[in-house]
Design a protein around this ligand. Structure first.
Ligand code: NAD
Length: 351
């Protein structure tokens, strides 16, 4: 089995590298550390690449830009054909996209197109998984009736209790430029499945998390929150009284979902991917959980204006993924996830 992972030094990419290193003959990763260019030194992923070179046996890294079409084609010709391609490289921030619209679109939309086309030409039998986002729904989920509780927003109607399904519309809503460039990539990934019969899948992630994020204010919610708390800095809440809700999924459970898809692929399929209601929390609830784990108080300030197009309450409905892949389930609780992130940040801050 030969696996190609883009964005291999990032949170999800690096989890996939270690996950498949013990299962595949060869794992090839593409990452040009563009995260440092997007977010500055705190976004630097070199530490994670160094870690990968120490803990893997079958991994080969390529410092390649997914916008480099001939470079990608060359790698597919020399390193392929691949059996599994997981595309995680991205400009991942909603807010940054507005400041760098061309870079965002070139990486997220055109970069995905480059990978799909290289796959069609050089690895047409590969299972292709694109890490999409719940932002493809724009702010349409905010139209569901909500109720305000002490610490969180929640869905008012019982029929919405399991969260947002893949039936939520993706247009006629505000996405942020990031969400819109991901829509282009998500729909193109589906199209390569439907039009060319390729085994393509779009996974619409909610909050993906885990210990190996190079977290920054603009991306990497839980990991950033823990880091800020441990170093005693001030966390900024943007709008919705800090009661906005997200569901969280550990990067290991993302890798497990992709393994199941690889074993039983489909064409042009779409899944919401998250930890579901049990793994959901608001910002205020996350503060409480982290305070309990570290014994330190969270300093925060409140900014009245919410982020553009931000979700008020987003919980992934994962019924479709579970019904297509009954061996897959969420193995890491929110509590486990937070304990691991706290433990890992303490070690990283000491180093
Ligand atoms: N983390 C989340 O909460 C979340 C939620 C929903 C969707 N997603 C999606 O999942 C994917 C992975 O997310 P992540 O959290 O691991 O992101 P990440 O930023 O940690 O990893 C992405 C990696 O891609 C690399 N990269 C960026 N542009 C590149 C380019 N042009 N060429 C080569 N490499 C490049 C970066 O250096 C980085 O290491 C992304 O597509 C993201 O949009 C993430």
């Amino acid at each position: 089995m030969k696996v190609l992972v883009t964005g291999s030094s990032g949170l999800i990419g690096s989890e996939l590298v270690t996950f498949f290193d013990s299962r595949a003959q060869r794992v090839i990763g593409i990452d040009n550390n563009m995260r440092i260019h997007f977010f500055g030194p705190e976004g630097d992923t070199k530490w994670n690449l160094r870690r990968l070179s120490q803990v893997t046996r079958h991994y080969r890294h390529y410092d390649l830009d997914i916008r480099d079409r001939p470079g990608l084609a060359g790698l597919f010709k020399s390193g392929g054909p691949f059996d599994l391609i997981v595309h995680c490289a991205a400009q991942p921030s909603h807010d940054l996209a507005a400041r760098r619209p061309f870079e965002d679109f070139d990486v997220n939309a055109v970069g995905t197109m480059n990978l799909l086309e290289s796959t069609r030409l050089h690895s047409p039998e590969a299972v292709f998984v694109f890490m999409s986002t719940n932002k493809v729904y724009g702010d349409a989920p905010n139209e569901l009736p909500l109720k305000e509780l002490d610490q969180r927003w929640d869905y008012a109607r019982t029929e919405d209790g399991d969260g947002i399904t893949e039936q939520m519309r993706i247009d006629y809503s505000k996405h942020s430029l990031f969400g819109a460039s991901k829509v282009a990539a998500d729909v193109m990934t589906q199209e390569y499945g439907r039009y060319f019969g390729m085994k393509t899948h779009s996974l619409r992630g909610s909050c993906l998390t885990g210990p190996h994020h190079s977290a920054v204010e603009l991306h990497g919610f839980l990991s950033y929150l823990v880091k800020i708390q441990l170093v005693g800095q001030t966390y900024r809440i943007f709008g919705y009284k800090g009661k906005q809700v997200r569901d969280h999924i550990h990067s290991f459970d993302v890798a497990r979902a992709i393994e199941e898809i690889y074993r039983n692929p489909r064409c042009g399929e779409v899944y919401n991917l998250g930890g579901g209601r049990k793994n959901s929390c608001s910002i205020l609830e996350a503060f409480d959980m982290v305070e309990e784990l570290t014994g330190q108080k969270m300093n925060y300030e409140y900014v009245e204006k919410p982020r553009e197009g931000d979700h008020i309450c987003y919980i992934s409905n994962i019924v479709k993924l579970k019904s297509h892949y009954p061996c897959w389930h969420v193995t890491r609780s929110l509590d486990d996830i937070l304990k691991e992130i706290v433990h890992d940040w303490k070690a990283r801050l000491k180093a």
